[in-house]
Each structure stands twice: as structure tokens, then as C-alpha cells.
Design a protein around this ligand. Structure first.
Ligand code: GTP
Ligand code: MG
Length: 514
């Protein structure tokens, strides 16, 4: 077969004074060239084929919205083998989160002791139990708008024991700092790189197609990071600690184990709870969960459960890429169990869309991270946008003048308008609905913070209002009227609910194939 190779065709033409050896060499060169051409064409075809069989999805949303938590749910379903091998390493992150929560509570106690006479905000029905994220978890929360409505001076009942407790738990501060260095080397306390000045809410506004122009510093930020970065540091240390060596991990395990009674005493003390409430301390979303589970977490042989890992928090920096391979359905019968298990719904991605690999990009959501999203817009087929709707009374950590719900709404508006994403299907998760219920049950009224919402202390009404708001923005501002949108109300720490939402989004979203 000679094909269309000009060299080959020319091999038939013979220069007038060509010797037999020269002729032989010319024919051999033409044959070699033909082979190279064929190999290049084959490689390009394979690359096109391979790209076609990868489904690319971006996880977007503000910092703390729950993007990485959604990804963890996907991995529980489709990456069970790796998930299992990583499980024991999460112990370190859980310990870090627990230490962080204890230190926040102890700090609030210290501040309250230093300022014994403060004003206290009273409610018509005072809660009995303090819960996470400045939430009150007691039964029969006030159903009126009276929460934090009046202020009167108070004299808290601190005793010598509170001072001793604070001293006993003081070493936790150093261990938290050590673990933070190990796990999140580049981060400041609030989750963004020190000295980073680029703070853009919606850097993708008005960017025309095919015109992504980034500065050198921005390019440098774009390195795809592996989520295994921290794991590769933790793994040898944990192995050493488990076999008796002394290092930061063995010290943190021991200190948590020996001080667990102090932690419980601190967390369950009504005077401490009252001080936290009075000072309106906002704890991390999962602080209560870890403090409530301290006995289990402090055990020497503690291995994190799926729920523990879903609650564990580490800020994402830059863009992290995950690949989930979808095997041939016949190689994975639905009854398959253990680490090789792949959710049968995932296999339908393969049969329905011809997808062999699901590539997911998880990004950092802080404002100074958002310019790193841009280069991934070009060929993303799917965006899963996570909007936390519980934070109607919270402001951004990185920009304290901005309400978090307003930031999410603006971000959504900017994304649906972006020309670059005209062919990208959208999934929207209105997340942290469990915390919406908790906050509203304790009397925090979204009407005070969310414009046009007049439904008062009604979690259903508030959730329906937010749902409509996001849908309206999509209807009004979407750059494409034909692209599909699937929306679900979620609690990403509840893996059953989240899996159900993920599975049903798959049936509703019409993914464009290039
Ligand atoms: N109670 C509750 N906590 C949640 C929910 N979703 C996520 N969280 C917790 O919220 C914290 C932040 O979640 P992440 O998934 O790390 O947030 P993220 O969007 O990846 O944040 P960045 O990486 O900083 O952009 C974690 O501790 C999660 O366990 C939810 O629906 N309910
Ligand atoms: Mg994250």
C-alpha cells in the first residue's frame, strides 16, 4: 500500500543518472517516511478517541461551600479501592480538625475570662445546648424573631477549674500549628497563600471565547496539584508513629488520648457554652461533630469512618485533578463488593455516554483562587456548582465586608453568563441544608440578611426561595437557552442524600460530547 505519501509517489520517478544503490536508498527512505506518517496519524486518532472517552467536570463554588466533600462522595461510589487505602491517613486530618475546634473553644473561654463582665444577648426561649457554628441545638428553638434581640450585662460563673482546664489544654495550640504545617504548608490560618493580593470575585466576566490571557504569576498558580501531596508527607510519619517512633503524629495521638476528659469537660460545660454564645464565636462547620465524637477519635486504634472523612476539612489550594476509571460493565457485575466495587450507576456513564474515565477538577474557592479556574473552562463538559445556603448571616473570611450568600449568587450569575461555558452543562447543589434547619430552628432569621426574602423562620420557605432565586438567574442571564441545568438541595456530609442527588443529576443532565 503506497497511500498518498508524496515521497512514495516520487519513488516511482527515477532521476536520470541514479545508480542502483541510490535508487534502493531512496525507496527505503520513502518507506520509512510512510511508516512515520502512519504512526503519527494513528497516535492522533487514538488521542482524539481517548479525549472523547473522558468526561471532564469542574467543581466550583466559594471556599467552604462543600466542593471537596461532594468529591469525596463521588470517590466513595467510584474509587472504593483507593479510598480504603487512604482511610487511615485521614486520622491526621481528623486530629487536626479536633485540635482546631478545641483551641477555638478554649480561646473563647480565655477571652471571656479576661473580660468577665460583658453584655449578654437574651432570647425569649433560651437554648439549653450549644451546637456547632454558633448554632444552638437544643430542642424547641424559639419560633419568633427574638433571637439576640436584647442585651443585658452579665457576670459569668467562671471558677478556678476553668482556668486550670485552659492551662491543661494549652499544648493543643502548638500541636495544631505543627499539624497545620504538615498538612497545609502554604496556607495561612484562613486558607489562602500569605501575601497573595489577587482577590477577584468573578474573574471570568467578559472574557471572550479563546482569549484567556493570564499573567506569569497567575500561570504559576495554575499547577494542577495532587490531593496526594499531603498524604505522601503523612504516610511515612504515620507508619513510623505506629511502630513506636516519636514524631508530631505520635505526640498528637498521645496528647489527644490523655486529654480527652479535659476536652469533654470543656465542651460540655454550660458556662463555656454560654461564653461562646455571648461572644458569637463562629466555629467551623464540623467542629461540633468532632467535639461530640472525641472519645472515639481519641482511641489509640482509631480509624476514621466515612462520616469522619466527609466532615474533615482541608482547604483546597490551586486545582486538584482526580481521575475515576469506569470499567467495562461486564467486568463489574452490580453485585461486586469490596474495594473493586464500582457503583452500577457509574457504569451507565460508560454505556450511555461512552465515557471511560471521569476527570474531576476540584478547585480552591477563596476569591484569590478563582483566577485559577479559568483555563479549565475551555473544555469542561460539566460544572457542578456548590452553593452553601446556610450562611445567610456570615461574611467571607477573605473579604469580611461581603455576605457569603451574596457572593455565591454573584458567582453563579457570572458563571451562567460566561460565553466560555455556553456548551457546558450545569449541576447546582444548594448545600448545607442541615445547617439551614439548625440555624433557623435556633431563631436566626434569614429575612434579616437576605434581600426580598420575607418567609421568616421557616427552613422550607427559605430553601424554596433560594432555589427560585438561582433558577431565575439561570433563566434570565444564561448565555445559552438550550443547555441543561439540574438542581438539588443537598447536605454533602450525608452520603446517602448526596449519592442520590449525584445519580439523579446524571440522568437529567445532557452532557455535550465534543
Ligand atoms: N454540616 C455540613 N457540613 C458540610 C456540608 N458540606 C460540607 N460540609 C463541611 O464543610 C467544610 C468545608 O467543606 P469543603 O468540602 O472542604 O469545602 P470546599 O468548597 O472544598 O472549600 P475550599 O477547598 O476552601 O474551596 C468541611 O468540614 C465539610 O465537612 C453540609 O452539607 N453540611
Ligand atoms: Mg476544597
Amino acid at each position: 500500500m503506497t497511500g498518498d505519501n508524496p515521497f512514495h509517489r516520487s519513488s516511482k520517478w527515477r532521476p536520470p543518472d541514479e545508480t542502483e544503490e541510490e535508487e534502493q536508498a531512496r525507496i527505503e527512505a520513502a518507506a520509512r517516511s510512510q511508516k512515520i506518517d502512519e504512526a503519527i496519524a494513528k497516535e492522533a486518532k487514538e488521542r482524539r478517541q481517548k479525549n472523547k472517552s473522558i468526561l471532564k467536570m469542574l467543581l466550583l463554588g466559594q471556599s467552604g461551600s462543600g466542593k471537596t466533600t461532594v468529591l469525596k462522595n463521588i470517590r466513595i461510589m467510584g474509587d472504593a479501592g483507593k479510598w480504603e487505602t487512604e482511610r487511615r491517613l485521614w486520622r491526621v486530618v481528623v486530629h487536626y480538625n479536633l485540635l482546631r475546634a478545641v483551641n477555638e473553644v478554649a480561646r473563647a473561654l480565655g477571652d471571656a475570662i479576661a473580660q468577665p463582665t460583658e453584655t449578654v444577648r437574651t432570647e425569649r426561649a433560651a437554648p439549653t445546648t450549644f451546637s456547632a457554628r454558633s448554632s444552638w441545638n437544643g430542642p424547641g428553638r424559639p419560633s419568633t424573631d427574638s433571637y439576640m434581640s436584647s442585651a443585658t450585662p452579665c457576670q459569668p460563673d467562671f471558677t478556678i477549674r476553668h482556668g486550670i482546664l485552659k492551662l491543661e489544654l494549652a499544648p493543643f495550640r502548638q500541636i495544631e500549628a505543627d499539624l497545620q504545617k504538615l498538612l497545609t504548608r502554604e496556607l495561612t490560618d484562613d486558607g489562602w497563600a500569605p501575601g497573595d493580593a489577587i482577590m477577584v470575585a468573578t474573574p471570568f466576566d467578559d472574557i471572550p471565547l479563546g482569549n484567556i490571557d493570564l499573567s506569569q504569576e497567575q500561570q504559576a498558580e495554575l499547577t494542577v496539584r495532587s490531593h496526594e501531596e499531603w498524604m505522601s508527607k503523612v504516610s511515612p510519619l504515620l507508619r513510623a508513629a505506629d511502630s513506636g517512633a516519636s514524631n508530631v503524629l505520635s505526640i498528637s495521638t498521645n496528647i489527644i488520648m490523655y486529654q480527652q476528659r479535659g476536652v469533654k469537660e470543656l465542651w460540655q460545660d454550660p458556662v463555656v457554652k454560654a461564653a461562646i454564645k455571648r461572644r458569637a464565636v463562629t466555629l467551623d462547620s464540623s467542629a461540633e461533630y468532632f467535639l461530640d465524637n472525641v472519645s472515639r477519635i481519641a482511641a489509640r486504634d482509631y480509624v476514621p469512618t466515612d462520616d469522619d472523612i466527609l466532615h474533615a476539612r482541608l482547604h483546597t489550594m490551586g486545582v486538584q485533578e482526580y481521575n475515576i476509571n469506569l470499567p467495562e460493565p461486564q467486568a463489574h457485575p452490580p453485585q461486586a463488593k469490596g474495594p473493586d466495587r464500582v457503583d452500577p450507576h457509574f457504569l451507565k456513564l460508560r454505556t450511555k455516554l461512552g465515557v471511560r474515565q471521569w476527570r474531576i477538577y476540584d478547585v480552591g474557592g477563596s476569591r484569590n483562587q478563582r483566577q485559577t479556574w479559568l483555563p479549565y473552562f475551555d473544555d469542561a463538559q460539566l460544572i457542578l456548582f456548590v452553593a452553601p445556603i446556610h450562611c445567610f448571616d456570615e461574611n467571607l473570611a477573605e473579604d469580611p465586608g461581603v455576605n457569603r450568600v451574596t457572593d455565591s449568587v454573584d458567582l453563579w450569575k457570572s458563571l451562567v453568563k460566561a460565553k466560555l461555558l455556553a456548551r457546558t452543562s450545569l449541576i447546582l447543589f444548594l448545600n448545607k441544608v442541615d445547617l439551614v434547619r439548625m440555624k433557623i430552628a435556633e431563631g436566626r432569621d434569614p429575612s434579616r440578611h437576605v434581600q426580598k426574602y420575607t418567609g421568616g423562620l421557616d427552613a422550607e420557605a427559605y430553601t424554596a426561595f433560594m432555589r427560585q432565586r438561582f433558577i431565575d438567574i439561570h433563566k434570565r442571564s444564561s448565555v445559552s437557552s438550550s443547555r441543561s441545568l439540574y438542581m438539588a438541595v443537598t447536605s454533602a456530609v450525608n452520603s446517602n442524600l448526596t449519592r442520590a442527588a449525584l445519580v439523579s443529576s446524571k440522568y437529567h443532565v445532557d452532557v455535550q460530547r465534543n
